[in-house]
Ligand binder design. Structure first.
Ligand code: FAD
Length: 460
């Protein structure tokens, strides 16, 4: 197509036929974990009018494709299971893993509300339990909560959306990407007054007392990934295509501070050629990792799955085979990740070491040596299960500096009036490096800040 024709097409697609102006108390950009929770919590006050604008109703949010594991400490399920835990212990363990004491107040605020919103989700009709089978690096006690059938985040987000649909003081506009913020004033005096979205040929201008940015991070934006996360190489991308970091440009214009932009939620257990994941619990069930030469190259329990990604990236071919046995499989198979991997054909079986060595194309004596149990670990018994794994990136963890109320901060620490942010738009809890990510941090930062912001808005 000639250049002029191309420009005509773009102009035609951008043509606005109608402008709709609405005024609300709270405008939320993004209907994922943070946005839905902020809207649900705020609209519990029936006098508060909320508009939620969602870019992509088709593919959905990262929350909807997530495993739906909710980290929370001091919950009623933990108490019933005799597990001693507290929000303070949760916060301390996240900070021990991230090493990012600058975020202590934020981390503590999020851990404090986690048991409240997890209970609220269950009381709203979505069954949860504490995953005593979900051991994770850096987690001293079972702290992840999930639905009993381990169906992942999809049904949870569907449930929250249905709650929102029943609220007559909330309007959810789908396929309505937010394009810009409406601001008044400039420099330190700037106030965010609303946002502008597009729904087909309709321009929607939303004036709002408060605006929440809940559009997630930029892992689906190759240009921003090259700029901030080049060290990750060319990983498999396991998030949704909507995470294009749309908020970054708006926040840059406001001169806010960005923190930890090189950190990501990575995954070192992504199946080669399929992009599914295996259960992160496998290393604690005795699974062994060997490289393409059949050599064991890492203590499998020394890294969380995000930290493991860098270790796998450094291996020949950026891949390794994970091997486990029937006993481990019996526990690990209860997860949406294992069901998806099995359905994709990513998990294979070998009857004995000879068959395994042949399938992996490695020397049998080398493999036998690798499978010999190290001190304190169990010995795997044939038949074996195995999967070739590589590294992937799921979401970014760097973002705008926020305070424990979700107010967006400039480099001098002053908040931008009228604006809140949470989830992947804001700084994550992993610190400067992806190795600092603790399991459950993503939804904690998103649901937690949505809860904090929504509660404040509801209180007026
Ligand atoms: C495969 C996978 C598994 C994961 N598993 C877990 C887990 O088990 N536990 C955990 O704690 N974390 C997990 N995470 C991380 C977690 O899903 C994210 O950290 C979390 O969803 C971030 O929440 P959010 O509200 O910021 O963004 P999302 O939940 O991604 O929601 C953002 C929404 O904003 C919309 N949007 C984007 N741009 C615009 C725009 N311009 N205008 C309007 N709307 C827009 C998007 O379409 C999307 O619906 C996982 C992530 C992935 C990818």
């Amino acid at each position: 197509m000639a250049h002029d024709e191309q420009e005509d097409c773009i102009e035609e697609a951008e043509r606005v036929e109608e402008v709709e102006r609405v005024e609300v108390d709270l405008a939320v950009a993004g209907a994922g974990a943070c946005g839905l929770m902020a809207a649900l919590r705020a609209s519990e006050n029936r006098d508060v009018v909320v508009a939620v604008l969602e870019k992509d109703a088709r593919e959905g949010s990262n929350a909807a494709v997530s495993s739906g594991s909710l980290a929370a400490a001091g919950t009623r399920w933990q108490r019933d299971a005799g597990i001693k835990d507290s929000p303070q212990q949760h916060a301390d363990e996240i900070l021990a893993q991230s090493g990012d004491e600058r975020q202590r107040d934020l981390v503590e605020a999020l851990c404090q509300v986690a048991p409240d919103y997890v209970s609220w989700i269950a009381d709203s009709g979505y069954a949860l339990e504490v995953g005593v089978d979900m051991t994770r690096k850096g987690m001293s006690v079972p702290r992840l909560h999930a639905d009993p059938l381990r169906r992942g985040g999809g049904p949870l987000i569907t449930h929250l959306r249905s709650l929102l649909a029943a609220r007559d003081n909330v309007a959810l506009m789908e396929d309505a990407p937010v394009r810009s913020l409406q601001v008044f004033g400039s420099g330190p005096a700037v106030t965010v007054m609303g946002l502008t979205a597009r729904q087909g040929r309709r321009q929607v201008e939303v004036a709002a007392g408060r605006v929440v940015l809940a559009t997630d991070g930029f892992a689906g934006n190759p240009e921003l990934m090259r700029r901030h996360c080049a060290a990750l190489g060319d990983p498999f991308f396991g998030g949704t295509s909507a995470s294009t970091g749309d908020s970054v440009a708006w926040l840059e214009e406001l001169g806010v501070e960005f923190v930890n932009m090189g950190a990501c939620l990575r995954h070192g257990q992504v199946t080669v050629g399929h992009g599914t994941r295996v259960n992160p619990n496998l290393p604690w069930l005795g699974a062994v990792l060997v490289n393409t030469a059949g050599r064991r190259f890492v203590d499998e329990q020394a890294h969380g799955y995000s930290g493991l990604a860098g270790v796998i990236q450094a291996q020949p071919g950026q891949r390794a085979a994970m091997v486990w046995d029937a006993q481990a499989q019996e526990t690990a198979r209860h997860s949406e990740m294992m069901r998806e991997s099995a359905e994709a054909g990513a998990i294979r079986q070998a009857s004995d070491v000879a068959a395994l060595a042949s399938a992996l194309r490695v020397d049998q004596p080398v493999l036998e040596e690798s499978l010999r149990p190290v001190l304190g670990r169990r010995s795997l018994q044939a038949p074996f299960h195995y999967a070739w794994l590589t590294h992937g990136v799921l979401t970014t963890q760097g973002g705008a500096a926020i305070d424990p109320r979700g107010r967006v901060l400039r480099p001098d620490g002053s908040p931008v009036r009228g604006l809140r942010a949470g989830g992947g738009v804001a700084v994550g809890l992993a610190g400067e490096r992806s190795e600092g990510y603790s399991s459950g941090n993503g939804l904690l930062a998103a649901f937690g800040m949505g809860w904090v912001i929504g509660t404040e808005v509801a209180a007026g």
